[in-house]
Ligand binder design. Structure first.
Ligand code: FPP
Length: 251
């Protein structure tokens, strides 16, 4: 499998150090620093988001070839509506363009799924999400979850409300709620919890991303802005993850 990757610069030699038997199953990525990337080049912020979207394809294709099964990428948070309308519109247009250009978004053998509160998204975007999910559903490579209008707290509240509804209907007693019941009601119910969360651009916070799924995640931070984050940086994050001692609360 790695043969196909060896030619991929700039990951180069570093790749040989990766232990394919100890890959994170699920990697979360906070695609931060697009605005700063654009500013440094005298470009509008939307150009940074466009470069960021392009990079998501590069990294997810690379990760898939490496053998990583799931990536969740934070594309738009429930708080991002607070940005200037022009930027929100540009981000929504970018999402629409990419969803329409299915192969550009997904890359080879990647299947796309969207998580988040879709009720606030336009009919056009919702339609394209349905189309792209269906178009890529039979692919057996990596699954790329795009978090759009996603917030970890919103996801947990939604799960709690579903359980309250069960109590109201008499199918669940209030004292019987378990972690497994909540897990099963997260958007990512079919996916292992996030083993590794990557946040470039120098910020050291989670920003409401995968709150439930990150209880035992390893974190990898760097100063690189997301559009500049390369396959080599991704490989470095994987290698560092493989050197961590994960104890899950044990000794
Ligand atoms: C944070 O960078 C990034 C976002 C709020 C949006 C991320 C979205 C994309 C990369 C586009 C996704 C689109 C597709 C089609 C997958 P920032 O704007 O906060 O950067 P800054 O902190 O440097 O200002």
């Amino acid at each position: 499998m790695f043969k196909a990757l060896q030619g991929l610069r700039p990951a180069g030699k570093l790749l040989r150090e990766v232990d394919v038997n100890n890959l994170p199953r699920h990697v979360g990525i906070i695609m931060d620093g697009n605005g700063r990337w654009a500013k440094k080049r005298g470009l509008p912020r939307s150009a940074g988001h466009r470069a960021g979207a392009q990079n998501l394809k590069t990294i997810s294709e690379f990760a898939g070839e490496m053998g990583i099964r799931y990536i969740t990428a934070y594309a738009f948070s429930t708080e991002n509506w607070k940005r200037p309308k022009a930027e929100v519109d540009a981000l929504m247009q970018l999402l629409l363009d990419y969803l329409r250009d299915r192969d550009q978004l997904a890359g080879k053998n990647v299947s796309i799924r969207v998580i988040g509160d879709r009720s606030a998204l336009s009919d056009e975007i919702n339609h394209e999400i349905d189309v792209v999910e269906d178009y890529t559903k039979d692919r057996d490579g990596m699954v790329l979850y795009l978090a759009i209008n996603y917030g970890g707290r919103q996801e947990i509240v939604r799960a709690v409300n579903e359980l309250c509804q069960n109590v109201r209907e008499g199918t669940l007693s209030p004292g019987e709620v378990t972690e497994a019941m909540l897990s099963a009601r997260m958007y990512t119910d079919e996916v292992p919890e996030a083993d590794l969360i990557i946040r470039p651009s120098g910020e050291l916070r989670l920003s409401n991303f995968l709150l439930w799924q990150s209880a035992y995640s390893e974190f990898w931070f760097s100063d690189i802005n997301w559009p500049d984050f390369t396959t080599r940086d991704f490989t470095r994050a994987i290698l560092e993850y493989q050197n961590r001692n994960r104890r899950f609360g044990g000794v």
